[in-house]
Design a protein around this ligand. Structure first.
Ligand SMILES: CC(C)(COP(=O)(O)OP(=O)(O)OC[C@H]1O[C@@H](n2cnc3c(N)ncnc32)[C@H](O)[C@@H]1OP(=O)(O)O)[C@@H](O)C(=O)NCCC(=O)NCCS
Length: 190
């Protein structure tokens, strides 16, 4: 009886809040819309992947559809400039760990702190949901992404050999511990 009560209590305390209200973001004078992704966005997501991964789509139509359905513990956001998909980010939340599953910014919009902004949003959401840490995998040769993650406080954790099977590349698992860290809010003049 006590155990059952305990389980019930823990479930309610650790409830994950995946509610999201769309909003407008102004970046260098451009009005961008940040919204929760749905199946209608998948064709644009596949095009964005091709743009940033030299024609490849590491996530297929099926992978996106499967991930976007996990609305009870995952959050996928898309950023649009008019009808153009500018960026997206996804994360899976749990009390122990929030895992960033994917992030990409369209080449024309890169290096304008959009990636940093989206990562900060997910980190803050992880903190609000009581996660102990945020983790992610990044290709060992993806220096630009690693620089972004390190600028947010992520550190290398361990290597996953042959993680990306299409290219036979290793991944670094990176971690950001939240318990003792107060994320220093960078102020960008968008
Ligand atoms: C990684 C990625 C998401 C970064 O997005 P972004 O919006 O361009 O990143 P930001 O503008 O927020 O940059 C944050 C930091 O990343 C680094 N960075 C970003 N673009 C860079 C570039 N072209 N050259 C060097 N460093 C760069 C810088 O350290 C930068 O901080 P700074 O501007 O204060 O120096 C984007 O490059 C991308 O979509 N790449 C292809 C997909 C990918 O690799 N995804 C990650 C998979 S793990």
């Amino acid at each position: 009886m006590l155990k059952k009560f305990n389980q019930f209590f823990h479930q309610s305390v650790n409830q994950i809040d995946m509610s999201f209200t769309p909003f407008i973001l102004v970046v260098n004078g451009k009005i961008l819309q940040v919204m929760q992704a749905n199946d209608d966005n998948i064709p644009d997501l596949l095009v964005l992947e091709q743009q940033v991964y030299s024609g490849r789509t590491p996530w297929s139509q099926f992978s996106f559809a499967t991930e976007l359905r996990k609305r009870n513990n995952s959050l996928y956001l898309v950023v649009y400039h008019a009808s153009n998909l500018v960026a997206f980010i996804g994360a899976r939340f749990s009390p122990e760990e929030t895992h960033i599953t994917n992030i990409a910014v369209s080449p024309l919009y890169q290096h304008q702190h959009i990636g940093h902004y989206l990562m900060e949003m997910m980190i803050n959401s992880a903190r609000d949901n009581g996660s102990d840490c945020v983790t992610l995998e990044v290709r060992t040769d993806n220096e630009i992404a690693q620089r972004l993650y390190r600028s947010l406080g992520f550190t290398g954790n361990f290597i996953r050999k042959n993680y990306y099977q299409d290219t036979h590349t290793d991944a670094i698992n990176m971690v950001l511990w939240l318990s003792h860290i107060k994320l220093e809010k960078k102020k960008f003049a968008f």
